[in-house]
Design a protein around this ligand. Structure first.
Ligand code: HEM
Length: 143
């Protein structure tokens, strides 16, 4: 994964600490996301939401540690790319995902600012790009 601007990573890390102090952040995010459309709701039918919230928490914390060059992060993102590809998740769904997440950040970060917003956008946009890049590489290999 390409390198995230260092100050963005620090701002992201601090904001993440504030918003994830309570589970309510994850409840809010999934409520936002799932209520966006029936199409999104269908993705989450019969899923273990408790488990998903836990995994999302772990993933966000992994991203926050990425400056230390966490080993295996690239492979993990690649795996996430494959999981979402199999679920038939498309680019436009990722845009909706990001909007729902940022809305929850806005609600739960009492120090929310334009800088905080840019930091989250930087981190999340790169993850999304990396998930798709890994898929495109795999397709090239397969062809
Ligand atoms: C950058 C954006 C996203 C991240 C970081 C993310 C993260 C995750 C993680 C960590 C998991 C658990 C994977 C595992 O089983 O180990 C997961 C599963 C899942 N994600 Fe995402 N996700 C993203 C975007 C989306 C989008 C746009 C959708 C579209 C609707 C979506 C739908 C799902 C569903 C349905 C599962 C459950 C899969 C299952 O139960 O087997 N995700 N996601």
């Amino acid at each position: 994964m390409s390198v995230i601007q260092k100050n963005h990573l620090e701002i992201f890390r601090q904001s993440l600490q504030r918003v994830t102090a309570s589970e309510a952040f994850f409840d809010r995010f999934y409520d936002n996301f799932i209520s966006q459309s029936e199409e999104i709701a269908a993705f989450f039918q019969n899923r273990d939401m408790l488990q998903l919230k836990k995994k999302l928490r772990e993933t966000l914390h992994m991203l926050a540690e990425s400056a230390e060059g966490r080993p295996g992060l690239g492979l993990y993102i690649e795996m996430l790319g494959r999981i979402h590809h199999r679920l038939n998740v498309q680019r436009r769904h990722f845009t909706m995902w990001e909007e729902a997440l940022l809305d929850a950040v806005k609600t739960y970060d009492e120090e929310f600012s334009d800088q905080v917003l840019s930091a989250w956008l930087d981190v999340i946009d790169r993850v999304i790009d990396s998930m798709f890049a890994a898929l495109n590489d795999a397709k090239k290999l397969a062809s």
